[in-house]
Ligand binder design. Structure first.
Ligand code: ADP
Ligand code: MG
Length: 366
């Protein structure tokens, strides 16, 4: 039995907050290049219960990762990177202090329905859930965008994951059924509702992105190197007309640039297709994005390709693609309205038989 907050800490929580995971519809590996992304909230959330303490001690428990009821602890002002999940909590208290906010100690219980390490951003939902709970408990003055930017700092500056701004922005301001079209360089966003006639599907392949942090770092460094060689500050500045020049770069840089530049164009085209409810075009863009991730950016794995292949064979699916950072994780599909649940379970079943993995259908939620 998982212990309740009361059982762990001897009193009920003062504050309860939540933040969702996200599925990125399209626009992968573009956010750290100043480009466009299109995430949407999923129904699965991280829940945070919190109670202030009069001293400077922080005591934290996660239903997802804490074995045998083990509570982890640290002292405010003595945050040290330890490579456990407590780094996210320590990162939050440190970035809040650096931003001039004052806290006391607290007790914390976290539980999440977002699968960890599956490309659906459990980490940002944890960051944002924690920040929301602390904002409420300590009446911290900050809006939702400021909160998201602090969430990004937690991962970049403390945890040591050089992530872009998409995940915390999605956890902080995205909603279900409405895509968040975000220009990460300008930090401008628009909300784009999914048209009727479309059922989004999200299937977790069951392959966790274990080595992703290292590979992600390599991709990021390749983009920075390519940008420097091409004389731009971010790959976002390149248009498709400039691709011939980029393709002359030493391998694999040319292909990396081609992915980023064409992916940015596909995000813009997807927003247009959603607005005009042009579902066949939407599907073509999804498959093209997948191919670009598989061949040019090289972030897919055979299990993910199998899921996308099964989607292609399914007459009710418009399009499918790897979503999230890659190297495992999840696939997002767009299916004909009313077919989502049947299509998802049919594809998940075939995938399980062929791969021996244990997939889970996150969307539609059953
Ligand atoms: P993703 O964000 O795609 O799920 P990450 O590797 O960025 O994958 O983040 C996963 C890490 O975030 C976990 O290994 C863990 O340290 C932390 N984390 C996320 N959610 C929780 C949770 N509910 N409890 C404890 N740690 C969590
Ligand atoms: Mg993450």
């Amino acid at each position: 039995m998982t212990p309740s907050f009361q059982e762990l800490f001897g009193a009920p929580p003062e504050v309860v907050s939540h933040a969702p995971g996200r599925v990125n519809l399209i626009g992968e590996h573009t956010d750290y290049n100043g480009g466009f992304v299109l995430p949407m909230a999923i129904p699965q959330q991280t829940h945070v219960e919190l109670r202030r303490r009069p001293d400077r001690r922080v005591r934290a428990f996660s239903v997802n990762t804490s074995k045998e009821g083990k509570v982890l602890e640290f002292e405010l002002g003595r945050e040290t990177v330890g490579r456990t999940w407590l780094d996210y909590v320590q990162g939050v208290t440190q970035v809040l202090r650096d931003a001039g906010h004052t806290l006391s100690g607290f007790e914390l219980r976290v539980s999440s329905e977002v699968p960890l390490g599956s490309g659906l951003s459990s980490s940002a939902s944890l960051d944002v859930g924690l920040l929301r709970a602390l904002r409420e408990a300590f009446s911290l003055p900050m809006d939702d965008v400021q909160l998201a930017l602090l969430g990004q700092k937690v991962e970049v500056d403390f945890v040591g994951a050089p992530v872009g701004v998409m995940d915390p922005m999605a956890a902080s301001i995205a909603s279900q059924g409405v895509a968040l079209f975000l220009d990460t360089r300008e930090m401008r966003f628009e909300r784009v509702p999914l048209p009727p006639g479309l059922d989004p599907i999200v299937i977790n392949s069951g392959v966790a992105h274990n080595h992703a942090a290292g590979d992600y770092r390599v991709r990021r460094a390749e983009c920075e190197k390519a940008a420097a060689l091409l004389g731009v500050s971010q790959l976002r500045e390149l248009s498709e007309a400039e691709l011939p020049r980029a393709e002359k770069l030493p391998e694999p840089l040319g292909r990396r640039v081609r992915h980023v530049v064409t992916e940015n164009a596909r995000v813009l085209a997807t927003v247009k297709a959603l607005r005009s409810a042009d579902l066949p075009t939407l599907g073509t863009l999804f498959y093209a994005s997948h191919e670009s991730q598989r061949l040019d950016y090289e972030v897919s794995v055979p299990e993910i390709d199998l899921l996308v292949g099964l989607a292609r064979e399914d007459a009710d699916v418009y399009g499918a693609r790897l979503t999230g950072g890659g190297f495992g994780g999840s696939v997002v599909m767009m299916a004909r309205a009313g077919t989502g649940a049947t299509v998802a379970s049919r594809i998940a079943q075939r995938y399980a038989q062929r791969s021996g993995q244990r997939p889970t259908v996150l969307v539609p939620q059953t």
